[in-house]
Design a protein around this ligand. Sequence first.
Ligand SMILES: Nc1nc2c(ncn2[C@@H]2O[C@H](COP(=O)(O)OP(=O)(O)OP(=O)(O)O)[C@@H](O)[C@H]2O)c(=O)[nH]1
Length: 740
Amino acid sequence: MPQMDPKGWGLVLLLAMLAWSGLVVAEGSVPLRLALLSTEADYSPEEVLAGRAGEFRALPGGRVLLPGGSGRTHWIRIEAELDGQADAHDPHRVLWFDRVPVAEFELHVPVDGGWWRQSRSFFAPGPEEELLASGFVFLLPPLPDGKVVMLAQVRNRVAVSLRPILESEWRYRLGDRRMTVALSAIYAGLVVLALIGLALFAAMREPLYLKFVGFALAAWLLLTAVNGHLYAIPGLRWLGISASPGLFALGHATAACIVLLARQFAGLGACAPRLDAILGWTPWLLLALAALSLGLPLAAADVIQVGSTAAWAGAGALCIGSSAIALRHGRPLALPMLLLWFALLVSACARPLVSYGWLPQNVWTMYGFQLALVASVFLLMLGLTGRVMEFRKQRDRARLAKEQADASLKTEQGRRRFAESLAALREADNGDIEWLAFRRLLESLRPLVPQQGSAVLAFGYHGLDLLLAEPIALKERYSRMLGARGGTLKGLCRSRNPVQVLLDDGQTPGEGSSHERGLFAVVPLRMDKPGWGALLIERQPWESFDHNELRLAAEFAAMATQAADEAAAARELRRKAELDSLTGAYNRHAMDTLLARAMAAAHAAHSPLSILFVDLDHFKQVNDRHGHTVGDQCLRVLAETIRRMLGPDDLFGRYGGEEFIIVLPGRAAEQARQFGERLRVTVSELRIGEGEDAVRFTVSIGIAGRQASEHAAQPVIDRADRALYTAKRSGRNQVQMAPS
Ligand SMILES: Nc1nc2c(ncn2[C@@H]2O[C@H](COP(=O)(O)OP(=O)(O)OP(=O)(O)O)[C@@H](O)[C@H]2O)c(=O)[nH]1
């Protein structure tokens, strides 16, 4: 069995203190004989006493039970034997009745041959009544000793139980004062608890506290209404119009709040979902019943009374059930809650049962409900304050989780975008791959890792030295830093793991440097030795990098170098596939593509373009005489000679075995002829080898120019080929122009 919380013991203590305070004048000092007569006609007190209205029925047990819904007038005869003992110091007597919800209550006392009359109303208390009157109180006129007969005339709608007490005034006042103090404490306590709940809501923004405030206020309204004090409060008197149905509606609203909170405290969503669902819609049902109570005619008040008791019993049973399950699952405060719901259920049903005469009328049956209700509010308050820290922790956890989820989503998006941008490297121009990879790296990391700036430095990476900065304005500073701390950085890169170090840019303070020292995350880049490089991310010296940031930077840096390596490898493969392995010139396939492109460009720009076919003369003899190795060497030397003579836009490829093609964009026939002639002469002067064994060779060249309308290469190639053929036939070692 779970241990009782210290708060639970505090509650028990509170209940005991309230009980000790003695809520009512327990018993009168003068014994009373009671009799009841009910009639539908209107009679005067004399006629009633004379027996014209019917016979009085004697009532044992010191109380009067009046059935509800009758609309009849009840006459209560109260007989007492006054012996005069009370009047030594206190000549006045008080006749006291429990304050029950009756519409009209009039007391008739025979005085000097006439009648002394005073009336009371539960829902419209008169100005002569005290604000927190404990009951219907009548300060009697001086009465002679001996037998006295008084008549109380009552009209009621709901069943009530009345217990008259005849008492000396000072004894009544003593009890009444204790009652007033207790009630004031209860009412004020409820308001204070509601305010505390409101303050907690303002601090925590947790709707549960608002529910509690609603409950505390509903309890306050219900208690003040049940005791009849609500209708005596200036400004709230109008509430008396709703009479008994209004009282029951308040009861239903309070029950709705109780169920709402009981559900929240039990937290059965996971372990008893069905009961949880029922608890979810019960408050709405109770509120609907409250509305119904207000809508039904006043004559149905006694029916509403029965319905209200049943609704409370049902709501109480649900609360008890939920607390019992919560207790089994070890929920905090489940045991005191269970006991309280039980006390509330029993006490809520007790008062109506007293009215029907099925239970004795005493402090517990009449006021137990109020005690239990106050104790419930108090216990819930304790429970709620206990949950403040829990809520705060929960909220912090939820916020942290959301921040982490947002951050990881942002990182994931950044990673995806970065990977996409790296995929585009394969399409990049040859010289841009490394630069683009590192620029993307810096730009992608910037929004993910808070920083002052960042840089990539790389030496001997794919044969390049690079320094990139983000923002670009910092490049100068990083360049200075590299000059001053390059050795340190190179040393750090040997470890291959990211580190964070304080570095300066080598300037002394005051030399114009905006921030001399920064904290740098140094992430070594993976590259083949002797090359080395690093990604640097800079922050203020006091803002260190956490493990995740360093890991992310290392991951992105690895992605960048890997993508650049792959793109460079692809570039190399592509290049090899386009080149002739022996001479390094473009092969025929690549040349066809490049030539088609150059022709289209020349056609679009209306600019000239010339094609030269260069063929070695009697190359078969060179091979035969000197061997293929020498033949190969001749081809390489010729290719190198041609390459040296080309401009940046010129193209050069090997078109067949010993046949080369040269494309000269922008050069017309005459310029091409001069180029060809220069080439022919240069080749004729070449020597392969030394001395007498030196090999010499010549070339024949055929030239054709693009005609104005031509944009396809083949006709020009054909003309150049024919010109070459002419050169060969005409004796070789010469340049022939194709006819234009
Ligand atoms: N060493 C070497 N020889 C090659 C290569 N490609 C083609 N050849 C040779 O080039 C020679 C071409 O001979 P031909 O087409 O008869 O022409 P030629 O002997 O140069 O005579 P003309 O062109 O009429 O002056 C052949 O013997 C081929 O074997 C090569 O890559 N290396």
